[in-house]
Design a protein around this ligand. Structure first.
Ligand SMILES: [Zn+2]
Ligand SMILES: [Zn+2]
Length: 421
C-alpha cells in the first residue's frame, strides 16, 4: 500500500526548501531592521478566536476552517490565518505595555479550500502586526516593509494596490448605498454573491465571475464614500508612500476577505503570476479588533505573505538560490575500509573549517566514487589511501576539470581555502 500526504498538503524539500529558507532569512533580516520581534503562537486555538476575530460571515469561518472537538469535547480550530492568534496573545499577555507592539510570525495555516498551484490546505505565511498606533506613518512603514520583502528577493513586475475601506462611521452608510445599487441586479449575480449580499456584501467585489465583475465595475466604490477623517488618513498614507518612492496604485475595488479591516488595506501582486492567483501578500488596518476581543483600544495594522506562492514565483523567475550551495565542498573518498577512522578525522577538520563535506560509505572503485560525488553536486574530491594516511599529504581534485592540488592538512591547515577558491 502506498500512503500519500493528505490532499492539499506538501512535503517541502530540494529547491523548495532552499527558496523557502531564503525568503524567511531575508524577511527576518528586514523585520529586525524595522524593529519587530518574533512571536510563535499555537497551531490551533479555541474556535471562538476565529469566529470573533475573522468574522462569522466570512468564507473562511463559514466553509474553510478545520474545526474539531478534542477528547474533552472542546471546539478547537487549526489556525486559518495569523492575525487573530497574535491579537489573542497580545491581550492575554498584556503585551501593550510598550507601544507600538511590533511582532512578526512565521507559521503554517490551514484552510479547507480547493488545492491548486500556490494554494494549499496547509500553507505557510509570514507576517507582522503593529498594534497601538493610529498614526498613518505606521501604515506607510508596514507597506514599505511588505514591498521591501519582495524587492530584496529580486522580484521586478510587482504592483502595490492600496485602498481605504473606511471606518465604523462611514462604512455602514456606504454599505446601504452599495446594497441599494446591487438590489436591482440581484438576479444577475452568481449564487455566492446573492448570499454575500445579505451576509457580507463587500465580498461581492472579490467575485471572479464575469457577470458579477461587470455589475461591480460601475457600482459606487467605498473609496469615494469614506468620511473626511478616513480620507485625511488615507491621503497621508499615500503622501508618505510617495515620499518613500514606493510606487502604488489606488484600487477602489480592493476589499480583502476579512471583516476586521478598517481604513487602509493593501495587497502586493506579481504580474508574472496568473491573475487569479497573483497576490503574494497583503494586509490592512484593524482599529477595532483588539477591543472587540476584550482588550484595550489599540488601533493596529499588519500584513501576511504567502510563502508557498512566493516560492512558486521564485522558481518561475529562476531567482538565484542561496549562495552557500555554489560554494566549494569536498567529498572524501576512501580506498579501503581501514582508513575510515582517518577519513572521519579529516572530515572533522573540513567541517571545522566550515566546508560542507561528506564521506563515501561504500568502498568502490575511485571512478565510481567520483561519479557519486558529481551526482551529489560536490565540487571537489579528496582520495585517502595508504600514502595519504601515513604522510597527511592529501590530494584534492577539482571535479569540473580534474586539476589537483596537494597539501598537508595537519601542517598547513589553512591551505584548503586557497585550493577551494
Ligand atoms: Zn470613516
Ligand atoms: Zn459573484
Amino acid at each position: 500500500m502506498v500512503i500519500n500526504s493528505p490532499r492539499g498538503t506538501a512535503d517541502i524539500f530540494g529547491d523548495d526548501i532552499i527558496c523557502r529558507n531564503l525568503i524567511i532569512e531575508q524577511a527576518k533580516k528586514l523585520f529586525k531592521l524595522f524593529n519587530y520581534s518574533q512571536i510563535i503562537t499555537p497551531a490551533f486555538e479555541h474556535t471562538e478566536v476565529f469566529d470573533r476575530g475573522i468574522g462569522q460571515s466570512t468564507d473562511i469561518v463559514k466553509k474553510e476552517m478545520y474545526t474539531f472537538l478534542d477528547r474533552k469535547g472542546r471546539s478547537l480550530t487549526l489556525r486559518p490565518e495569523g492575525t487573530a492568534p497574535v491579537v489573542r496573545a497580545i491581550i492575554e499577555h498584556k503585551l501593550y505595555s510598550k507601544i507600538p507592539v511590533k511582532l512578526f510570525y512565521i507559521g503554517n495555516m490551514f484552510r479547507y479550500e480547493r488545492p491548486q498551484k500556490g494554494r494549499m490546505r496547509e500553507f505557510w505565511q509570514l507576517g507582522v502586526e503593529a498594534a497601538g498606533v493610529d498614526n498613518p506613518v505606521i501604515d506607510a512603514e508596514v507597506i514599505w516593509l511588505l514591498a521591501l520583502i519582495f524587492e530584496t528577493l529580486g522580484f521586478k513586475k510587482l504592483k502595490l494596490l492600496v485602498n481605504s475601506v473606511g471606518c465604523a462611521d462611514c462604512r455602514p452608510p456606504y454599505i446601504n448605498i452599495f446594497k441599494g445599487y446591487i438590489k436591482p441586479h440581484l438576479e444577475s449575480l452568481c449564487s455566492d454573491c446573492r448570499e454575500r449580499y445579505d451576509t457580507n456584501p463587500l465580498r461581492i467585489f472579490d467575485c471572479k465571475v464575469p457577470s458579477c465583475a461587470k455589475i461591480i465595475s460601475s457600482s459606487p466604490k467605498i473609496y469615494s464614500n469614506i468620511c473626511s477623517s478616513c480620507a485625511k488618513h488615507f491621503n497621508t498614507v499615500t503622501d508618505l508612500l510617495k515620499a518613500l518612492n514606493i510606487p502604488f496604485v489606488i484600487k477602489e475595488e480592493l476589499v480583502r476577505g476579512f471583516d476586521y479591516y478598517t481604513r487602509t488595506i493593501f495587497e502586493i501582486i506579481s504580474e508574472d503570476l496568473e491573475s487569479v492567483q497573483n497576490a503574494l501578500g497583503g494586509g490592512g488596518r484593524y482599529d477595532k479588533l483588539i477591543e472587540q476581543f476584550g482588550g484595550p483600544p489599540l488601533p493596529s495594522i499588519g500584513f501576511a505573505v504567502g510563502i508557498d506562492r512566493t516560492i512558486v514565483l521564485m522558481k518561475q523567475l529562476s531567482v538565484s538560490l542561496s549562495k552557500e550551495d555554489s560554494q566549494s565542498n569536498v567529498f572524501v573518498i576512501l580506498l579501503e575500509r581501514r582508513f575510515e577512522k582517518y577519513g572521519l578525522e579529516f572530515l572533522n577538520y573540513l567541517r571545522k573549517c566550515d566546508i560542507r563535506s561528506d564521506i563515501s560509505f561504500e568502498i568502490k572503485k575511485v571512478g565510481a566514487q567520483i561519479k557519486l560525488a558529481k551526482k551529489n553536486e560536490f565540487t571537489h574530491a579528496a582520495v585517502i589511501g595508504e600514502d595519504e594516511a601515513t604522510s597527511g599529504n592529501i590530494t584534492v581534485k577539482k571535479l569540473a576539470d580534474f586539476t589537483q592540488n596537494q597539501f598537508n592538512w595537519k601542517k598547513d591547515p589553512h591551505k584548503i581555502y586557497d585550493i577551494l577558491k
